[in-house]
Design a binder for this molecule. Sequence first.
Ligand SMILES: O=C(CO)[C@H](O)[C@H](O)COP(=O)(O)O
Length: 253
Amino acid sequence: MLPPANLPNSAATLQDQEKAQAGAAALRWVRDGMLLGLGTGSTSAQFIRQLGVAVQAGLKVQGTATSLASEALAREVGIPLVAPRRGLRFDLAVDGADELDGQLRLIKGGGGALLREKLLETASDYLLVVVDSSKVVPTLGRFPLPLEVVPFALPWVLDAVEALGGAPVVRMAKNDATTYYYSDQKNLLVDCHFGQIADAERLATQLKTIPGIVEHGLFLGLAKAAVVVRGGEAFVLRPGQEARPASDFAELP
Ligand SMILES: O=C(CO)[C@H](O)[C@H](O)COP(=O)(O)O
């Protein structure tokens, strides 16, 4: 799907460089006057920082953030924020992903923000995914699928996920392994190991029928394009198409 990388480097540093480059490349999709959905995670944070620089230089955009963390960052770098309201739609949402396949099906929620991400990205005309090359997979499922779950429903949700063939693990707080992790909505996150997900659409439908699951981390049919950085080069992926160097495109999107 992507040509092989040929840059030797330490894995952590290379991944960070790729994230920074992917975040910066997404600025090419932004136009004056746009209303933007601002994603969550380290790659999205790179985009938000670069967008802040552009705003300081005179770019006129507004945004709504998919998490309290991204909202705080957007404020810090001077991006004007818009609160949710009836009829609000976004010209462009830019967000990271935990996995994406060749059809630009995504697993999201590693950062715990999948509910607000799905809300904003469903309300966006164009979702651009920004990722480092480690996120591209032939089949979804290496990364455990996150679910946002109402705390009271947890025992039944765990039973239901197991009945679907998944191995659920309740996410714990980052710095305290004895305390649950809570989302911005004060719900729990359950990370589900299904192995390779052969039929993501079917699984998404099944998960939607389980009471207590507020949202799942399968984002299907939402992403219009992805910027993937591998070995210092930015590629553009579109659903079902070969990766093309971003430099091939004079005009984006
Ligand atoms: O889905 C997400 C947050 O809920 C993130 O987009 C995803 O976890 C990727 O994060 P990162 O850019 O830090 O690798």
